[in-house]
Design a protein around this ligand. Structure first.
Ligand code: ADP
Ligand code: ASP
Ligand code: MG
Length: 413
C-alpha cells in the first residue's frame, strides 16, 4: 500500500463534469489499495475573478482581506470534490488549510509554510478515507488566513507529500508533463520523460509556470518524488508524465539543453550618467531593495570621463514604483543625468545541466537570435542557464528560434 498525494489544478476542476472525472481518477488509485490525499485548486479563472472583485473595491487591496477573499475559491472545490467522491461510494473528507493546520508565516499573499499537522489526515487515511485539502492557503500563528502566492497549490501538494512522507506527489494539470518549452507557444515542443530538480528549478524561476518554484524547492529539499501528469487523459490510457529526478541519469545521453523558458513579466530601468565612484551601485540598488522591489539582471557599463550607466531589470508589476523612486529620490541624490525605462521587454532562457560540460552554448544561442534579426539587450548566465532580454515583440520568435537551434523540436511524424 502506497501513500499518494495528488494535486489537481484549476482546469482539472473547472466544472462539475471535470470534478466528477477527478473523483473517478482518485477512486481508481484508492480502489487499487493506496491511501490518497488530494489537493485542489480553485476552478480555473476563479482566483483571477476574486482578485478583480477585490480591486474593484480597493485599488491596492488590503493584504489580509485579500487573502480572506481569494482563499474562498479552493474552499468551493474541496467541498464539491468530497461530494463527488461520496457520490461514487468513496469515503472522503474536506479540509481547509486552517483545518489541517498548515501553519505559515504572516506574509499575506506570499506566505511560507512553517509546519503541517498530520494528525487529522493520518486518522482519516487509517480510516479508509480520502483526504481532500484546499491548496494555496494556510493559517498564521494568530489564526489569520494566508495564501501562498499564485500557483501555490503545487506547493501545498508537495509540502503535504513531504509532511506525510508520501511515496509520490502527482501534479495533475492540462498538459501531460513538463515540455521542452510551453507547448502553447511552440507546438513542436516535446514532453520530457525526466528533468532534474536543478533544471526544473531554473525553468520555474525563469518563467515556466507549469510548477510553482517553491514547490520544486520543497521537493528538492525533502526529496519528494514529484511527477507532472495530465488529468484530461482517459482513465486507463494515462501516459507516464514527467518525473522530476534528483540525480542526472548517468546511463543516458543527456541533451545539452533541456528546455527554453520565458517570462513576459519584465521591465528594464537605466540610470544614465552616474558618477563612477565606489558606493554608487549600492545607493541605487540599496534604495530599490529598501522599497521591497526585487532586482534580477544588473549591468554596469565601462566608465568613461568619470561617469557610467547602470541598468537593471525588475518585475513588470514593480516598474512604475521603481521608476518613480529613481526619478524622485535617487537621481538627485547621486547626481545622475537621467533615468530611462522600458517595460516592453521579455526574458528568454536556455536551461540544461549539459552546459557545464559543453562550452560554446552561449555563442550558439546568440547566433540563432542574430540569424532571426533579434537584438539582445541584456545577457546573464549561470552554470546551467543563459538568459537574454529582448523586445517583447520578439518573444515567440526567440523561443521558437532557440527551441529549433538546440534540436528540441519534435521530429515530424
Ligand atoms: P494548473 O492550473 O493545473 O496549475 P497551470 O496553468 O498552472 O496549470 O500550468 C500548466 C500550464 O503551464 C500548461 O497549460 C502550459 O501552457 C504551461 N507551461 C509553461 N511552460 C511549460 C512547460 N515547459 N511544460 C509544460 N507546460 C508548460
Ligand atoms: N488558485 C490559485 C491560483 O490561481 C492557486 C493555484 O491554482 O495553484 O493561483
Ligand atoms: Mg499552476
Amino acid at each position: 500500500m502506497a501513500l499518494i498525494v495528488q494535486k489537481y489544478g484549476g482546469t482539472s476542476v473547472a466544472n462539475p463534469e471535470r470534478i466528477m472525472n477527478v473523483a473517478q481518477r482518485v477512486a481508481k488509485w484508492k480502489r487499487a489499495g493506496n491511501q490518497v490525499v488530494v489537493v485542489v485548486s480553485a476552478m480555473s479563472g476563479e482566483t483571477n475573478r476574486l482578485i478583480a472583485l477585490a480591486k474593484a473595491i480597493q485599488a491596492s487591496p488590503d493584504p489580509r482581506e485579500l487573502d480572506v477573499t481569494v482563499s474562498t475559491g479552493e474552499q468551493v472545490t474541496i467541498g464539491l470534490l468530497a461530494m463527488a467522491l461520496k457520490e461514487i461510494g468513496i469515503k472522503a473528507r474536506s479540509y481547509t488549510g486552517g483545518q489541517v493546520r498548515i501553519l505559515t508565516d504572516d506574509a499575506y499573499t506570499k506566505a511560507r509554510i512553517l509546519s503541517i499537522d498530520d494528525q487529522a489526515m493520518r486518522a482519516d487515511l487509517d480510516n479508509d478515507t480520502v483526504v481532500i485539502v484546499a491548496g494555496f492557503q494556510g493559517v498564521d500563528a494568530a489564526g489569520n488566513i494566508t495564501t501562498l502566492g499564485r500557483g501555490g497549490s503545487d506547493t501545498t501538494g508537495v509540502a503535504l507529500a513531504a509532511a506525510l512522507k508520501a511515496d509520490e506527489c502527482q501534479i495533475y494539470t492540462d498538459v501531460d508533463g513538463v515540455y521542452t518549452t510551453d507547448p502553447r507557444i511552440v507546438p513542436e515542443a516535446r514532453r520530457l520523460n525526466t528533468i532534474t530538480f536543478e533544471e526544473m528549478l531554473e525553468m520555474a524561476s525563469l518563467g515556466s509556470k507549469v510548477l510553482q518554484i517553491r514547490s520544486v524547492e520543497f521537493a528538492g529539499k525533502y526529496k519528494v518524488k514529484l511527477r507532472v501528469l495530465s488529468s484530461l487523459e482517459e482513465l486507463g490510457k494515462e501516459g507516464p508524465g514527467t518525473l522530476i529526478t534528483l540525480e542526472e541519469d548517468k546511463d543516458m545521453e543527456q541533451p545539452i539543453i533541456s528546455g527554453i523558458a520565458f517570462s513576459r513579466d519584465e521591465a528594464k530601468l537605466t540610470v544614465l550618467g552616474v558618477p563612477d565612484r565606489p558606493g554608487i551601485a549600492y545607493q541605487i540598488l540599496g534604495a530599490v531593495a529598501d522599497a521591497n522591489i526585487d532586482v534580477d539582471m544588473i549591468i554596469q557599463n565601462i566608465g568613461h570621463d568619470g561617469s557610467t550607466d547602470i541598468s537593471f531589470t525588475v518585475n513588470r508589476g514593480d516598474y512604475a514604483k521603481a521608476l518613480a523612486l529613481l526619478q524622485d529620490k535617487v537621481k538627485a541624490q547621486i547626481g545622475a543625468r537621467d533615468i530611462i525605462g522600458d517595460n516592453k521587454i521579455c526574458k528568454v532562457s536556455a536551461v540544461g545541466v549539459g552546459m557545464r560540460s559543453h562550452p560554446g552554448i552561449a555563442s550558439q544561442m546568440f547566433r540563432a537570435l542574430s540569424e532571426d534579426g533579434i537584438n539582445i539587450k541584456m545577457i546573464s548566465t549561470s552554470e546551467i542557464k543563459i538568459s537574454v532580454v529582448v523586445d517583447e515583440k520578439y518573444l515567440e520568435l526567440a523561443v521558437r528560434s532557440l527551441h529549433k537551434a538546440f534540436g528540441l523540436d519534435q521530429a515530424a511524424a
